[in-house]
Ligand binder design. Sequence first.
Ligand code: HEM
Length: 238
Amino acid sequence: MLSVMSTDELSRTTIRTDDHRAAARKPLLRRPWVVPLALLTVIFIGYAVPPYLTLDPARARIQPMPSHAAYYPLLVSHIFLGSVALLTACLQVWPWLRRSHPRVHRWSGRIYVGVALTASVCVMIISPMGLHGPNQRVANTMLAILWLGTTLAGFLAIRQRRYADHRRWMLRSFALAFSIVAFRLWMPVAFAVFVPEIYVGAEVDSAALGQVIGLTSWMSWVVNVLIVEWWLHRRPDT
Ligand code: HEM
């Protein structure tokens, strides 16, 4: 049955549409995260992924590699899928694209969910094989479980048209996905503070190295999650 809008409803809809258009037109300067995030992502992928493109285990940065036959295929799968996840996450948090091209947002969102869910299952299997001890293994396994859980929660929320919940869960999922970039930023700091001898080529105690890598693995996602929770608390509905 066709419904006729009251003048009030019509003006509210017009105002909302105008709000959206105005928000979509906001210059990138007012969205200070869009360009730096995209740049950081492209730089990270350009640096981290090439050694894995040849599919030659000898070129992997992780050496020695855990001996399990499934390790390398799962590592490479999660790296390729993770790269797509990071690139699509950049599209998802770009307000202009979200508002002006909702179909692109929907499709890149579906791709994000597909690759993130598959990648998180890959890393759930390889994380317990990490060579740097229980601290790193637990940090990465927790990260994988939370990445899967938040992505699934965000997907279910949008299927049930719970828009605010969808936004919250997806931002948490993106924060977890970007932990890999944060890890690369925290690592040199943690090395400089806790094992500075690594920079002068001196021998580093393997237990100490394991602790530092474990600590960095925790920081890489816990700090991101705290920042997102702070953001959601500050801007509950933007
Ligand atoms: C968010 C959940 C993720 C978890 C739990 C996770 C877990 C892991 C684990 C366990 C390793 C092996 C580390 C080792 O054994 O020392 C690894 C390596 C790696 N991951 Fe992830 N990862 C995640 C997301 C991503 C994403 C989104 C990317 C994006 C490309 C990515 C790219 C890489 C790369 C490039 C390596 C190899 C490291 C190197 O070459 O130095 N990961 N990850």
